[in-house]
Ligand binder design. Structure first.
Ligand code: FES
Length: 148
C-alpha cells in the first residue's frame, strides 16, 4: 500500500467517525416537539432582559445571603425598618464619585464622610445632591429595578 492510499483511508475513517454524531443530532432535532422546546427555554438561567421596564439585577436569595446586591450602577439593600421592600440606589456619591456603602440603615461615603438616607437624601455633607434611586420589585425570586 502506498502513502497516498494510506492517507485516503485515514480521510475516510475520519469522515465516517462523524456520521453517528451527525445522525444523533439530526434525530434529536426531529424528535423535539414545541412543548419540549418551551420546557428547555423555561429552565434556562435568569437573564437581565427588561421585563416591562424593569431589569433583573439578582435574586432575593442572594440579597438575603449577602445583604446587598451590587450590579452595574446599582446597589440594592434591605432596610431593617422596611424589610419587605428592597432599596436600590446608584451608589456613586454625588460629591466626588466614590462608591457609598450601606451601614446601619444609611448610605455612607468612605471618602469624605457624606451620609445619605435610605431614600437617597443627603443627611450629612459634603455631598449636596441626593443619590439617584430606582423603583424595586420582587417577582419569582428575582430582584427587578426600573430601567432608566
Ligand atoms: Fe463622597 Fe466626597 S466623594 S463625600
Amino acid at each position: 500500500m502506498n502513502r497516498r492510499k494510506v492517507l485516503s483511508w485515514f480521510g475516510l475513517g475520519w469522515l465516517f467517525s462523524g456520521v453517528p454524531t451527525l445522525l444523533t443530532a439530526c434525530s434529536n432535532e426531529q424528535a423535539t416537539t414545541p412543548s419540549q422546546t418551551t420546557a428547555v427555554a423555561t429552565t434556562s438561567a435568569p437573564t437581565s432582559a427588561p421585563k416591562s421596564g424593569f431589569r433583573a439585577v439578582g435574586t432575593i436569595a442572594q440579597l438575603e445571603k449577602e445583604g446587598q446586591i451590587k450590579a452595574e450602577s446599582v446597589l440594592v439593600v434591605r432596610d431593617r425598618s422596611n424589610p419587605t421592600t428592597p432599596l436600590a440606589v446608584n451608589p456613586t456619591c454625588t460629591h466626588k464619585g466614590c462608591t457609598v456603602d450601606w451601614k446601619g440603615g444609611e448610605f455612607v461615603c468612605p471618602c469624605h464622610g457624606a451620609v445619605f438616607g435610605p431614600d437617597g437624601s443627603v443627611r450629612k455633607t459634603p455631598a449636596k445632591e441626593h443619590l439617584a434611586t430606582y423603583a424595586v420589585k420582587v417577582e419569582n425570586g428575582q430582584v427587578l429595578i426600573a430601567s432608566k
